[in-house]
Ligand binder design. Structure first.
Ligand code: NDP
Length: 278
């Protein structure tokens, strides 16, 4: 029988655990504070920022919203980040991506103080991950590792195939699976015969950004299938990069969309905020 990996339930458990930790820190006089910067009013970003604020409220983290107009200059944004870097009452800084085209995203990420980089995108955080040192982990891949751990899905020695090599999902995911002693293969748009590679996977993690791209023809019988993608289909229904109905019968475990990886990303962001204050 296929196990449905419930990210909503797991993320609630994590948030409840964090709420207790935050209450203890409050009693010791620490009010954890996350500064959230949004430039412009991209509707998807507004939804994501709103969800992050709600999670902060639930856990007891103070969120400081900085909503800047679309025409904010790069200099103004860098100055704000610099000010927050210096502010000892701010523990974490999150700049919602994507930024408007006239702003250099990499430069903004590099400007965030590494010790406040709760998204885990700063080169120092990425470097620490790659050499096995403790640092902030990119939230989506860290959330997927938590799903494996909390569902007792073994990673050690397993063939893990990751489809997608982005800096925020595919690459950190590969490093984390390597840390868990899986045998890791990364696929991308130039991979020859994708299905031949993905069919080797005991664990298949898909972050490709194409709705329902992965059908059962890409999946080995009994594989664990993790779907990172989020899309709205032609009927305005949420779906992932995996064709859930098609793959479900042959997978041993699978994440749904919505309710799989998405909620875990926010839970791990909250976890990083707590870590930032310790
Ligand atoms: P990107 O667009 O940055 O990366 C997509 C990757 O998929 C690239 O590496 C690309 O290869 C690869 N790819 C594209 N087409 C193919 C193909 N036909 N065959 C093999 N590989 C292919 O996406 P992200 O990693 O940022 O996001 C992926 C998905 O996950 C999106 O749907 C996004 O919305 C979602 N997402 C969800 C999150 C969550 O919290 N649930 C968080 C972040 C993202 P190449 O490098 O060669 O171009």
């Amino acid at each position: 029988m296929t196990v449905i990996i419930d990210g909503k339930k797991t993320s609630s458990e994590i948030k409840d655990e964090l709420k207790e930790k935050v209450a203890k820190l409050n009693k010791q006089g620490t009010q954890i504070t996350l500064a959230v910067i949004q430039v412009g009013n991209d509707p998807a970003s507004t939804v994501y920022v709103g969800n992050k604020k709600k999670a902060c409220e639930y856990i007891g983290i103070k969120s400081l919203a900085h909503e800047l107009p679309e025409n904010t200059s790069q200099e103004e944004l860098l100055q704000l980040v610099g000010k927050l870097n210096q502010d000892p009452t701010v523990h974490g800084i999150l700049v919602q991506l994507p930024l408007p085209k006239h702003i250099d995203e990499d430069l903004v990420i590099r400007t965030i103080a590494a010790e406040k980089d709760v998204d885990g995108f700063h080169p120092e955080s990425v470097g620490k991950l790659s050499i096995g040192q403790k640092g902030f982990l990119s939230c989506t891949p860290a959330g997927i590792i938590q799903l494996f751990k909390r569902y007792d899905i073994p990673m050690e020695g397993k063939e893990c195939v990751i489809v997608g090599r982005s800096n925020i999902v595919g690459k950190p995911m590969a490093l984390l699976m390597l840390r868990e002693n899986a045998t890791v293969t990364i696929c991308h748009s130039r991979t020859k015969d994708l299905a031949e590679v993905t069919k080797r996977a005991d664990i298949l993690i898909v972050a490709i950004g194409k709705p329902r791209f992965i059908t059962k023809d890409f999946v080995k019988e009994g594989a664990v299938v993790i779907d990172v993608g989020i899309h709205r289909d032609e009927n305005n229904k949420l779906c992932g990069d995996v064709d859930y109905e098609d793959v479900f019968p042959i997978a041993s475990a699978i994440t749904p969309v919505p309710g799989g990886v998405g909620p875990m990303t926010i839970a791990m962001l909250m976890n990083n905020c707590v870590e930032a204050a310790l």
